[in-house]
Design a binder for this molecule. Structure first.
Ligand SMILES: NC(=O)c1ccc[n+]([C@@H]2O[C@H](COP(=O)([O-])OP(=O)(O)OC[C@H]3O[C@@H](n4cnc5c(N)ncnc54)[C@H](O)[C@@H]3O)[C@@H](O)[C@H]2O)c1
Length: 341
């Protein structure tokens, strides 16, 4: 198998994780990092022993051999950096969300088609055993009646004040982009297209700290039939409380929950005997807070396999766009009705 050469753009929390995990994979080579912060440049160069550039333009001047550019910069910069990476004739692996404006994501997708390159999204939750199990099991359920997703997390003041982009409308966008786009992806990946019905929002804390809600919900109708509701908050007391999905369907009911959708809580399906599923990896730890399950190695392994013409499970840019389109539709209602966040 050919070793695939990666560059990580954005050496913050998740970019550091990309570089660290890439270093452990036999068929991955980390060839450079791009990071704008001077202090981080020094630390990254010393830790990873690769050249660290201040911009993609500076990287371009070196004419390095690169296969894939991993975009790990703030949400609102993903499209700009992905376009720059495509212009280097590289494939792109973009952290979630693909962007914060559907129109920009569409332009990116058109550009990658013109360049005949691939853009993949990081949706590492798809590799968690409960998610993989749900993907197998949902087709056994017959007609879907109802789907409920609950994401009740904690993001405190320090989380936002320690960052120069989290909490801002332009670069972060809101909890559906930064915390819960994984679960919007789960919804669309398992059930196909969903049409937004209604949405509402509230802000219970962190007035003046963030420019958006900490709590919200939206209801939807599935194109295949059935309906549901997505409830979320980042104002759960002290720590993450729950990420769960409940499915009510013609031939069975399922509930997967825990803090990170890591446990099958209930399963009753016609002519199906649930045994067990493998244990889920612990979530990524970022200092005081926890993120989603640590599965980035599976994302990278699948990119490497795909670029070696082997079968692979990847999240395409078209799927990434669908997530952004649904979130954007929800946030359109926020823009129209809630101007005081
Ligand atoms: N898949 C996941 O579970 C997961 C988890 C955390 C974050 N993320 C995503 O990863 C992205 C980064 O999040 P984070 O928590 O690592 O943020 P972060 O602030 O820790 O890191 C972002 C880094 O990008 C750098 N940067 C900003 N502008 C730049 C530019 N023009 N050129 C080069 N570097 C630049 C910053 O200096 C910073 O080091 C976000 O899109 C976030 O949604 C995904």
């Amino acid at each position: 198998m050919r070793a695939i050469k990666f560059v990580v753009v954005g050496g913050g929390r998740i970019g550091y994780r990309h570089a660290t995990v890439l270093r452990t994979l036999p068929n991955a080579r980390l060839v450079a990092i791009v990071e704008i912060d001077v202090e981080k440049q020094v630390n990254l160069a010393s830790e990873f022993q690769v050249p660290v550039f201040e911009s993609i333009d500076a990287l371009a001047k070196e004419n390095l051999e690169i296969d894939v550019v991993n975009i790990c910069t703030p949400n609102g910069l993903h499209i700009l950096h992905a376009l720059q990476a495509l212009n280097l004739n590289c494939h792109v692996l973009c952290e979630k969300p693909l962007g914060v404006k559907a129109e920009q994501c569409q332009k990116l997708n058109a550009h990658k088609n013109r360049k005949n390159k691939q853009v993949f999204c990081v949706m590492q939750n798809r590799y968690s055993p409960p998610s993989a199990w749900l993907k197998e099991i949902v087709p056994l359920l017959g007609n879907i009646y109802q789907v409920y997703i609950n994401c009740f997390w904690n993001r405190n003041e320090a989380y936002y004040t320690e960052s120069n982009w989290k909490g801002s409308l332009d670069l972060d966008g809101g909890p559906l982009y930064t915390q819960f786009s994984h679960f919007v992806d789960t919804l669309l990946w398992l059930f196909g297209d969903a049409q937004l019905m209604e949405a509402s929002f509230a802000k219970h804390q962190l007035q003046g700290v963030t420019q958006f809600e900490d709590t919200g919900n939206f209801s939807f109708k599935l194109k295949q039939g059935g309906e549901g509701q997505f409830n979320y908050t980042t104002a759960a007391y002290a720590k993450n409380l729950e990420s769960s999905i409940t499915i009510i369907a013609e031939k069975g009911n399922i509930q997967v929950g825990g803090q990170y959708m890591e446990k099958v809580l209930f399963c009753n399906i016609e002519r199906y005997d649930f045994k067990s599923i493998p244990k889920t990896n612990a979530p990524n730890q970022y200092g005081q807070y926890s993120g989603s399950a640590a599965n980035h190695q599976h994302v990278f392994e699948n990119v490497i396999a795909h670029l070696n013409h082997m079968p692979a499970k990847l999240t395409t840019a078209e799927e990434g766009l669908k997530v952004v389109e649904l979130i954007e539709a929800v946030y359109q209602i926020r823009e129209e009705k809630y101007q005081n966040f």
